[in-house]
Design a protein around this ligand. Structure first.
Ligand code: BTN
Length: 253
C-alpha cells in the first residue's frame, strides 16, 4: 500500500492506489465520467497491464519497479488552442524532479519524452476534454522508468541505470514528482508561459543541432529551432523553415 503525502496544495492530496490496473489514464477517465473528479487526484499503480503510450503505442513497465501514474487537472485557464502549454509545464515538472535526483544529463524530447543520452527514460500522455470551447479535465499520464534494470527495447533506460544507484523508494519519489509538477502548473496558472517556453527550449533534446529526421518515409536533415504555440516542431532544413505535427515527423536516433 502506498502512503503518499506530498507537500502540495492539491496534486496528490487524493491518491487512488491500485495494486494493478489496465491503465491509470483509463481509470482517470472513468473517475471523470462519473462526474466527481477532484483536481489533483492521482491514480497510481504498481502493475499496469495495458498502459497506453503516444501514437497509439503500448507503454510497458515491469510491475513494482517504475512510476506509472495519472494526475487529473482542470486547466480552465488555458485556451484550447494553447493547450501545449500544459505539456511544457508538465515536462518542466519532470525535468525539475530529475534534477532533484541529481540527474544532470537528461533532456526533454519533443513533445514530452524524457531522454538520457539517446535512451528514453520516460514519457507523458496527456488526454484532455473540452467543455464547450473551454478546457475541461486533463489527464496527465506519466510513465518513468525508475528501478528497472533490463529492457527488451535497447533504447530504454531507467533512473537507476543512469545514476548507477541503489534501489529508489517509489512512494517518496512520487511525492517529489507531485510537488515539482504542481509548482510548474501553478507557475503556468500565474501567467508564466513565456518563461516556461524558454526553459523548455533550453532543455530540448537536439535543439539547434543538425540531425536526420524521418518525414513521409524519407530522411531529411534539419535542426530544431523552435516549438510553436500549437506545439508543432519548427525545423530549419537546408532549404526552408518547416513545421511538423507530432505524427508528421520522427527522430532518427
Ligand atoms: C509515451 O508514449 O511516451 C507516453 C507514455 C505514457 C505512459 C503513462 S504510464 C501512466 C499513464 N497511464 C497510461 O496508460 N499511460 C500513461
Amino acid at each position: 500500500m502506498y502512503k503518499i503525502q506530498p507537500q502540495t496544495l492539491f496534486v496528490g492530496k487524493i491518491t487512488e492506489y491500485l495494486p494493478s490496473c489496465h491503465s491509470t489514464n483509463g481509470i482517470a477517465t472513468e473517475i471523470i465520467q462519473r462526474g466527481n473528479a477532484i483536481e489533483g487526484t492521482v491514480i497510481v499503480t504498481d502493475n499496469q497491464f495495458a498502459g497506453r503510450g503516444q501514437r497509439g503505442n503500448d507503454w510497458e513497465a515491469l510491475p513494482g519497479l517504475n512510476i506509472t501514474l495519472s494526475i487529473i487537472l482542470k486547466p480552465s485557464f488555458v485556451q484550447p488552442a494553447h493547450q501545449f502549454r500544459l505539456n511544457v509545464a508538465v515536462s518542466l515538472g519532470i525535468h525539475d524532479f530529475l534534477i532533484k535526483q541529481q540527474l544532470s544529463t537528461h533532456f526533454i524530447k519533443w513533445p514530452n519524452d524524457v531522454y538520457v543520452g539517446t535512451k528514453k527514460m520516460g514519457g507523458v500522455l496527456i488526454e484532455s476534454t473540452l467543455v464547450g470551447n473551454q478546457m475541461g479535465c486533463s489527464i496527465v499520464g506519466i510513465g518513468l522508468n525508475i528501478n528497472q534494470l533490463g529492457f527488451i527495447n535497447p533504447n530504454a533506460t531507467s533512473l537507476r541505470i543512469a545514476k548507477s544507484s541503489k534501489e529508489y523508494d517509489l512512494p517518496s519519489l512520487i511525492e517529489q514528482l507531485c510537488e515539482t509538477i504542481e509548482k510548474r502548473y501553478l507557475q503556468l496558472r500565474n501567467g508564466n508561459e513565456n518563461e516556461q517556453k524558454e526553459e523548455y527550449l533550453a532543455n530540448l533534446f537536439r535543439i539547434e543541432e543538425w540531425h536526420i529526421f524521418r518525414v513521409n518515409e524519407q530522411e531529411i536533415e534539419g535542426q530544431i529551432i523552435d516549438v510553436d504555440e500549437t506545439g508543432k516542431l519548427v525545423l530549419q532544413t537546408r532549404q526552408a523553415i518547416k513545421t511538423f505535427g507530432f505524427k508528421e515527423i520522427a527522430y532518427v536516433i
